[in-house]
Design a protein. Structure first.
Length: 189
């Protein structure tokens, strides 16, 4: 395709880009053939986050939960009339999920959905647990300004060895669905 480029300087730059592509594409090989690869390759984190919200909404609706859009921006969805925030991550190269932009807003619990090339994981965290882990220097860390940061936070989870405090909050999708059922009083199918 470089032959289609007329300008010799642009052709040279395209050749260098082709060589560099190998370095960057190598990390994507584990996603080849994955049903989630298209999500990983979306151009922005906000777009991937929106896809994550729709994945969670569709998954829970398929299990019989009543899922609706939230009337304001303090939560992503209403699940069985409960205000729910959704955090989404694809698996990073180091084998962990990074859930970002936790805020102290008006929601009851957070659904953290992570997808890897051929697996998915999910944790359900009541807001009180999120705030406790964040404020008490637990597993949730301030995202900006280090320990002094107060507006947003993030949570890194290694699905092969989640932190002990996460053990009652899911891991597998079926576990997360049961927890959401307990929190909402609904029995999923």
């Amino acid at each position: 395709m470089i032959e289609r480029i007329g300008d010799p300087e642009v052709r040279s730059l395209a050749g260098i880009a082709g060589l560099l592509e190998r370095d960057y594409a190598a990390g994507q090989s584990e996603w080849a053939g994955s049903p989630f690869a298209w999500i990983k390759n979306r151009p922005s984190s906000s777009q991937r986050g929106a896809i994550g919200v729709r994945l969670v909404a569709g998954w829970l609706a398929a299990k019989g939960f009543d899922v609706a859009k939230c009337p304001d921006s303090d939560a992503d969805r209403l699940i069985e009339r409960r205000r729910v925030e959704v955090k989404f991550s694809t698996l990073w190269g180091n084998g962990t999920y990074l859930f970002q932009q936790f805020r102290d807003q008006d929601y009851e619990f957070v659904v953290c959905l992570g997808v890897s090339p051929f697996d998915a994981h999910c944790w359900v965290l009541p807001k009180i647990r999120v705030i406790g882990q964040w404020r008490d220097d637990g597993g949730i860390r301030s995202q900006h300004a280090g320990k002094a940061g107060k507006d947003t936070a993030w949570l890194r989870i290694d699905p092969r060895a989640p932190a002990k405090w996460l053990s009652d909050h899911g891991g597998r999708l079926a576990d997360a669905a049961r927890i959401i059922g307990k929190l909402t009083g609904f029995r999923p199918t």
